[in-house]
Design a protein around this ligand. Structure first.
Ligand SMILES: Nc1ncnc2c1ncn2[C@@H]1O[C@H](COP(=O)(O)OP(=O)(O)OP(=O)(O)O)[C@@H](O)[C@H]1O
Length: 201
C-alpha cells in the first residue's frame, strides 16, 4: 500500500494556506508534519482524510484493494477534538465508533487497557480529565483497523508516560505495515519518521 500526495495546495476561506506539498509514504512509514501555528498542518491532514478538497494537486492511495480504495476509507482521522459524546460512557462511545468504522479489531475493554484506561470505561466521557479524554479518543485507533492513521497533535494533553506509551503503540502500527501522518509541535519519539516542515505562505 502506498500514499502519494502530489503538488498539493490547501486553501481556507478562499486564501491559499500552502502549495506544492508532495510526499510518498509506503507501508511501515511515518511522516511527521511540523510548522508554526497557521501553517496548514490541520488543513493538510483534513485533505488527506478526504474531509477537504485540495485547491490543487491530488492524493492517491494505491494497493488498498476493494477494502481501502482511497484515503477516506483507509484512515483513522484523529483531530483536535475528541469526537466523543460527553453524556455517553467511554465504552458506549467506543462501541459507536467500532460499529461506525467497521473492521473491528480489539474489543472495547482491551482497547481501553491498551491506552491505560482499563478501569474507567463505565464513566461518562464528560467526567474524564483532559489527558484521559485524549487517551480514550486514541482508543478509537484500536477498536477498528485502518491502515492509515492521520493524527493531529496526538500527544496534546498527555503526560510524559502516556506520550511514551503512544510512541510504542505507533511503532507497533508501523511494524504491522501501517502508515502514519502526524502533525505535532512536540517530538513524538518515532524513530525513523520523516519530517515535512510547513511554513506560512
Ligand atoms: N474554516 C476556516 N475558514 C477560514 N480559514 C480557516 C479555517 N480553518 C482554518 N483556517 C485558516 O487556515 C490557516 C491554516 O490553519 P490550520 O489549522 O491548518 O493550521 P495549523 O498548522 O494546523 O495550525 P496549529 O499549529 O495552530 O494547529 C490558518 O490561517 C487558519 O486561520
Amino acid at each position: 500500500m502506498r500514499l502519494d500526495a502530489e503538488s498539493l495546495s490547501g486553501a481556507r476561506g478562499g486564501d491559499t494556506v500552502f502549495s506544492g506539498v508532495s510526499f510518498a509514504l509506503s507501508r511501515g512509514q511515518a511522516l511527521v508534519v511540523t510548522g508554526p501555528n497557521g501553517a496548514g498542518k490541520t488543513t493538510l491532514l483534513r485533505i488527506l482524510a478526504g474531509l477537504l478538497q485540495p485547491a490543487a494537486g491530488r492524493v492517491a492511495l494505491s494497493g488498498g484493494g476493494t477494502a481501502w480504495p482511497d484515503t477516506a476509507s483507509a484512515s483513522h482521522y484523529l483531530g483536535h477534538l475528541d469526537a466523543m459524546k460527553t453524556a455517553l460512557s467511554v465504552e458506549e462511545n467506543l462501541l459507536f465508533w467500532q460499529r461506525f468504522a467497521g473492521h473491528a479489531r480489539m474489543s472495547v475493554p482491551k482497547a481501553l487497557e491498551t491506552v491505560g484506561l482499563g478501569e474507567i470505561g463505565h464513566l461518562p466521557f464528560g467526567y474524564l480529565s483532559t489527558g484521559q479524554r485524549r487517551r480514550a479518543a486514541l482508543a478509537r485507533l484500536f477498536v477498528s483497523h485502518r491502515p492509515l492513521w492521520l493524527l493531529d497533535e496526538p500527544t496534546s494533553g498527555l503526560d510524559r508516560a502516556s506520550a511514551g506509551r503512544l510512541a510504542g503503540l505507533m511503532e507497533g502500527h508501523l511494524r504491522e505495515g501501517g502508515m502514519i501522518v502526524a502533525a505535532t509541535h512536540l517530538p513524538l519519539g518515532l524513530a525513523g519518521a520523516r519530517e515535512l516542515r510547513m511554513e506560512r505562505e
